[in-house]
Design a protein around this ligand. Structure first.
Ligand code: HEC
Length: 187
């Protein structure tokens, strides 16, 4: 039900936000490769430069083992993929992510294993899926970041250099590609 909801909603949302982003494929549906080359690019990193996409996905799905929740209250989703979201950071990402002021412009230096995960909650507050950023992708066109969208049950959607993720996040590329949690919503 939630997945179907998200699938129907995404193209609409992308159409709405397109003017705010550098690219806005109206047909960038979940499951479709939004870069056309991201899948090949992403998987070729495995075993090559020490970046293992399967391991990154496994670590993302086990985020509650060692990630820290940075946001306090669920806030309205900017992705249109969920009702509300909470953001978690891996131990390597925690200090720089907490230092990131969404209103600021300072560049952030991320360590190679840094991961950021946005938990998607449905209207009932139940976790339905995740968007994930992971550092260390040797094929990255976004300063080392790898991008992925997962369902809570582990279903993997877009991965790698995902055009619609990068299209929005490029607006904050100068400060490390992450938006950051508003200072009044930290725990
Ligand atoms: C419509 C523009 C948009 C798109 C498309 C988008 N993001 Fe975001 N993303 C945002 C905004 C704005 C925030 C900060 C506000 C929030 O957390 O909702 C954010 C926050 C995040 C965060 C928390 C870290 C941070 O930036 O503070 C992660 C992780 C993330 N996005 C991953 C992704 C991934 C992966 C994709 C693609 C599957 C994606 N995003 C697509 C706009 C977007």
């Amino acid at each position: 039900m939630n997945a179907i909801h998200a699938v129907r909603r995404l193209p609409l949302v992308l159409a709405v936000i397109a003017p705010a982003c550098t690219r806005g494929d109206d047909d960038a549906e979940p499951g479709a490769s939004s870069t056309g080359e991201s899948d090949a690019g992403a998987s070729s990193g495995a075993g090559g430069g020490g970046f293992d996409e399967a391991a990154v996905i496994a670590r993302a799905l086990a985020y509650r083992d060692d990630f820290t929740q940075v946001s306090d209250e669920p806030r309205a989703s900017q992705h249109g993929l969920a009702d509300t979201v909470q953001v978690w950071a891996s131990p390597e990402a925690l200090m720089p992510y907490r230092a990131l002021d969404p209103a600021g412009t300072d560049a952030v230096a991320w360590s190679p294993a840094a991961m950021l995960l946005k938990e998607h909650l449905d209207a009932g507050g139940v976790v339905s899926g995740y968007t994930v950023m992971a550092q260390g992708d040797p094929d990255s066109s976004s300063d080392g970041w790898w991008w992925g969208r997962l369902d809570a049950d582990g279903t993997v959607h877009e991965t790698g250099q995902v055009g619609f993720c990068i299209g929005c996040h490029t607006t904050v590329a100068a400060r490390g590609w992450a938006y950051g949690v508003p200072l009044d919503n930290r725990r």
